[in-house]
Design a binder for this molecule. Structure first.
Ligand code: NAD
Length: 271
């Protein structure tokens, strides 16, 4: 047995489904849950296929888990249900974790937000999450062995920021939905929580930085650096792996008494 194989945790024979796992936080969650012993199904938009495949290569080669890539645009509920169906038909009826991570951030002052702009944000960040949670819970209830459902909240689930109005509204709503889903599904052994990161070093924050730089008339990189310096008490930007650690804990037996929570993990940025 190689040193790597010896160091690996045994397979848990359970599946984790993660939306938006091609990059950023979703990628880190997929890899962490593979390390923890889960087989991994990643749902992302078709243009992310190459990135998803790269993540799944690590899932298989480094952690020895099964991996599956499913195309899904979370704006379309039919595609979400099809992605869950494809996951269980190809990997088995053992879905235990679903992480509704897919999200977008658009940056504009409210007076410049068109109806189309707002609708896109709501369809991905909120409707996509609600439909992913429900589709996964239906499968878990059918299987009868409980489950863990996790969603992408944010520190914006507690405090919104200028120029990120519709985003903050969707993340506030994620917090509300997390509470009610936890109440309704506790009877099935399903715990529901959300992570609430601050400023995570992902392509999403590179995008926010570029947009804020143009609105505020500063140079690219400055908006992010200024906010990290001013707001993050622990003195460094958050890495996607910091969020993955929280998810790993929430779905584990160590988190057995936690449900309905949107947990801020932001280095003190919300204080
Ligand atoms: N980066 C941060 O600082 C931060 C902070 C708080 C919360 N979050 C939340 O965490 C989640 C992940 O953020 P990230 O920084 O990794 O973002 P990211 O932009 O780096 O990655 C988002 C992923 O979601 C996928 N996606 C986008 N639209 C989709 C759709 N319609 N259907 C399916 N997949 C879609 C993308 O292809 C991508 O793989 C988001 O919900 C985000 O709001 C991020």
């Amino acid at each position: 047995m190689s040193a790597l194989t010896q160091a690996l945790k045994p397979s848990l024979n359970k599946i984790a489904f993660i939306t938006g796992g091609g990059q950023g936080i979703g990628r880190a969650i997929a890899l962490r849950l593979a390390k923890d012993g889960y087989d991994i199904s990643i749902g992302d938009i078709p243009s992310q296929k190459a990135k998803v495949n790269e993540v799944l290569n690590v899932v298989k080669d480094e952690f020895g888990r099964d991996g599956l890539s499913v195309d899904v645009d979370v704006r379309d509920p039919k595609q979400i249900y099809a992605a869950i169906d494809e996951t269980v038909s190809k990997l088995g009826s053992r879905l235990f974790i679903s992480v509704a991570n897919a999200g977008v951030t658009q940056v504009k002052p409210l007076l410049e937000c068109t109806p189309e702009f707002i609708e896109n944000e709501v369809r991905i960040n909120l409707l996509g999450l609600m439909n992913t949670h429900i589709a996964a819970a239906k499968q878990m209830v059918k299987q009868g062995s409980g489950g863990r459902i996790v969603g992408a909240g944010s520190i914006a689930s507690y405090r919104t920021a200028e120029n990120l109005g519709p985003y903050g509204a969707t993340k506030f709503a994620v917090r509300g939905f997390t509470e009610v889903a936890a109440k309704e599904w506790a009877q099935y052994g399903i715990r529901v929580n959300a992570y609430g990161p601050g400023i995570v070093d992902t392509p999403m924050w590179d995008h926010i930085d570029r947009e804020l730089a143009s609105i505020e008339g500063i140079s690219v990189g400055e908006a992010k650096a200024l906010r990290v310096k001013k707001d993050v008490k622990l003195g460094r930007i958050q890495e996607p792996e910091d969020v993955a650690k929280l998810v790993s804990f929430l779905v584990s037996d160590e988190g057995e008494y936690i449900t309905g929570q949107t947990i801020k993990s932001c280095g003190g940025a919300s204080l």
